[in-house]
Design a protein around this ligand. Structure first.
Ligand code: NI
Ligand code: MN
Length: 232
């Protein structure tokens, strides 16, 4: 199974059973190395919340590929009303898809969807993170979130192979909190995300890797540049 990073919080996971895209913010992402036209076949599009840097091109991609958007009920309904195929779920629930298991976890954040004129905010339900099981391996994409203590519960209940954690601060966890999150989750590999895309979330990823190595030596830090991939 390969994990491709497409910048910000966008990851493409390709396994024998399928190809999925998480938080496809490609158009308007200054760090994206892929464009929506690069994805002609997808098995699912997972969206953690309604903010544009996550919902991104999801609706367009669902129409292009006929893949369903997997999201919390409120966000899924919004996407369905925009013409996308959807599979609604909610936090705490899991479902087996042909490509693997998906379970929704809590995230401490917002999930309002901005109207196209930018003047109103549409209710998108709560934000979430995703636990995925593909080829027998558990992956965790935390979504946009602050540090929360139940990450320890997630880590105790699921043997996480790879955790994708935000480190950008301001809107989400910062470097030190993401290291603490790694301590609670105990994944084999941590891929930092949601940093350097915009000036306000600029971070020293080297400091994150250094702190992780010192405080959580059992977890390996793996910083991917947009366009890079990691084999699990
Ligand atoms: Ni957000
Ligand atoms: Mn975000």
């Amino acid at each position: 199974m390969r994990i491709h990073f497409h910048g910000h919080a966008c990851f493409e996971i390709v396994g024998e059973a399928g190809r999925i895209l998480i938080d496809p913010f490609l158009t308007g992402n200054p760090r994206a190395t892929a464009k929506p036209g690069d994805f002609l076949q997808l098995d699912a599009i997972l969206v953690t919340h309604g903010h544009n840097d996550h919902l991104g091109d999801a609706i367009y991609l669902s129409k292009q590929t006929e893949a369903s958007i997997i999201a919390v009920y409120e966000l899924a309904m919004y996407c369905q009303n925009q013409g996308a195929k959807t599979h609604a779920m909610h936090i705490g629930g899991k479902h087996q898809f042909p490509f693997g298991w998906v379970k929704l976890t809590q995230a401490l954040h917002g999930s309002g969807i901005e109207s196209s004129d930018g003047k109103t905010m549409i209710y998108g339900g709560p934000p979430c993170g995703f636990l995925l099981q593909m080829e027998g391996k558990w992956l965790y994409h935390a979504g946009d979130t602050g540090l929360f203590g139940d990450m320890e519960l997630i880590g105790r209940r699921y043997p996480i192979e790879v955790a994708m954690l935000p480190i950008g601060d301001n809107y989400v966890m910062g470097v030190e909190e993401a290291v603490h999150a790694s301590q609670l989750l105990r994944p084999k590999v941590v891929i930092p995300m949601h940093y350097d895309t915009f000036p306000v979330i600029a971070q020293d990823v080297g400091e994150f890797l250094h702190l992780l190595q010192r405080r959580v030596p059992e977890s390996q830090g793996k910083a991917l540049r947009p366009g890079e991939a990691f084999e699990v």
